[in-house]
Design a protein around this ligand. Structure first.
Ligand SMILES: [Zn+2]
Length: 269
């Protein structure tokens, strides 16, 4: 049995473990020894968003990476990476600037709403209670060159006409503005046996079961390859950088359980 499994068996659920950490260590010498051994091999994981510290994050169905979800705030790797990114690049959240945010995530709600920006959290339906308005990314109801900042993470793989959506993102971005665009990419988020340099999609895969099987999630309409970057460039975007996470270095990547190869495409026009 793995060290980690023994620890969890001795300490119960993540929640119980977290809430009773000190007491468990005092009362259970065996558990305490196991944790000391574990820490030598694997330093504790931390969530920069909610402050969780513990032996690990939770795995997530279908996703390659084993350390995905924070047991406390439910953040995934990309949220933790973006959290670090937005705190490092505070100039992006400039008071008075216009900001379009697709599919807003709870982890960023306070940060963005308190930024003093003209903030537009939007989504395709009002199922997401954090939105201010319903917006179809394929037909964005804002004028050309309107937004200083666009943040669109893990949305395009759900959209019927993603080329149209990318054109719309490009159209509403101000020249010199920043669009942060993220999608799951084959070999990084999911692992499927296709040519990883090409986006895989077909009209044949039109049921939740087939989509889960071929794309990794039952509501995804494709699985992007590394050609996603070319799609952005062909839309007209200039890519300023896509290696923010890699450049954080392995200690930070390990501590916050980030995915080294996950790209934050920092686009401008
Ligand atoms: Zn957290």
């Amino acid at each position: 049995m793995s060290l980690k499994k023994s620890i969890l068996e001795k300490s119960g659920s993540y929640k119980f473990y977290k809430n009773n950490y000190e007491r468990l260590l005092k009362e259970n010498q065996e558990l305490s020894n196991l944790i000391e051994q574990y820490k030598k091999v694997y330093p504790p994981k931390e969530c920069p968003i909610c402050g969780y510290k513990g032996i690990g994050f939770k795995p997530y169905v279908n996703i390659i990476h084993r350390e995905v979800e924070c047991p406390q705030c439910k953040s995934h790797e990309r949220h933790r990476a973006l959290w670090l990114y937005f705190h490092e690049k505070k100039e992006l959240l400039k008071e008075g600037n216009t900001f379009l945010h697709f599919a807003p995530e709870t982890q960023f709600n306070e940060l963005f709403r308190n930024s003093g920006m003209e903030y537009h959290p939007v989504d395709i339906s009002d199922e997401n209670t954090l939105i201010n308005e319903i917006v179809d990314i394929q037909d964005i109801p804002y004028p050309d060159d309107y937004f200083d900042l666009i943040y669109c993470s893990n949305v395009l793989e759900h959209v019927e006409d993603d080329a149209k959506a990318m054109n719309e993102l490009y159209r509403v971005l101000k020249p010199g503005g920043t669009a942060l665009i993220l999608v799951p990419i084959n070999g990084i988020s999911y692992e499927r046996p296709y040519d990883k340099s090409k986006t895989f999609e077909s009209d044949k895969y039109n049921t939740p079961e087939l989509r889960e099987k071929y794309y990794g999630q039952n509501d995804h309409l494709r699985l992007y390859g590394t050609d996603f970057k070319d799609k952005l460039i062909n839309t007209g975007f200039k890519i300023k950088a896509d290696d923010y996470i890699k450049n954080l270095g392995h200690e930070i990547i390990d501590k916050y359980a980030l995915i080294k190869d996950e790209n934050i495409f920092e686009c401008t026009k």
